[in-house]
Design a protein around this ligand. Sequence first.
Ligand code: DAH
Length: 333
Amino acid sequence: MTNQPSSLEAQLLTLRQEGESAIAASDNLERLEELRVSYLGKKGQLGLLLRTMGKLSAEERPKVGAVANTVKEAIQTALEKQRESLEAAKIQAQLEAETIDVTMPGIYRPQGRIHPLNGIIDRALDIFVGLGYTVASGPEMETDYYNFEALNTPLDHPARDMQDTFYLPDGNLLRTHTSSVQIRFMEAEEPPIRIIAPGRVYRRDNVDSTHAAVFHQLELLAVDEGLTFTDLKGTIKEFLQQMFGELPIRFRASYFPFTEPSAEVDLQWNGRWLEVMGCGMVDPNVLKAVGYDPEVYTGFAAGFGVERFAMVLHQLDDIRRVYTSDLRFLRQF
Ligand code: DAH
């Protein structure tokens, strides 16, 4: 009998010890919650012990009650402390998982550059878009009709000799100029037309420092009521001045099957006249081929080589440099 109160007290103290060490050993918040329920919950171990207090004598009861309170507080404190440290550890682990090491060396990505040919194309398109033109394009594989026939260049026309190309087994060919885009665009649209068409073209040419079998052109076409040679000259002059600066230019009479009259444009560059483009008034036969009435509409057209412009502007000695992907060359642009 005399042992009983001290035995309950001892059990309470044991419970406190066990509780504190279990709590200190718990390594996650779920486990901690289980411990809270197990010690302090409604059906918890502390509650079970306290239910036996009724058996104590009147003078022992407050004494043991006070001990029970300190045990409860101690376990509560231990739970609180452990919760805080587990939560802190959780945040810490999260932060560590998300850490960016700003001292880590970066991945080296070499800076790209615009290829000199694309640079010329971009500049030319910008200038023409500024003049109200739309960018157009057409296929590189063409029919004889779009590349020659509709451009007033029938099968027996001598002008074909200068534009020999690669013929495909099915009768198609690789276009020799971007002029074929003129026909395709006019067939699809109605005047007024203002287009600038960049693209790759092909010729059966022997490759040397100024010739390539694959090169690039820009094609200009305007069709409207009342366009004259003056409009052509003004447009070309404006374009060349924006491209090269205020340099002397001259129009020299020439011949192309699809323009009448035709001209070649020369630019005075470092004291020499350089031929930079072909142009002319759209031949009435070309307008007829696409179903336009040449009595109502007139037009002008021009075509020029992108490589040629690049060579003049960047003073290149050999056209092949722009195709060889030599970084020592390309890095200069
Ligand atoms: N297509 C011609 C060539 O490749 C260039 C050319 C000349 C285009 C006069 C034109 C033009 O539109 O009017 O040599």
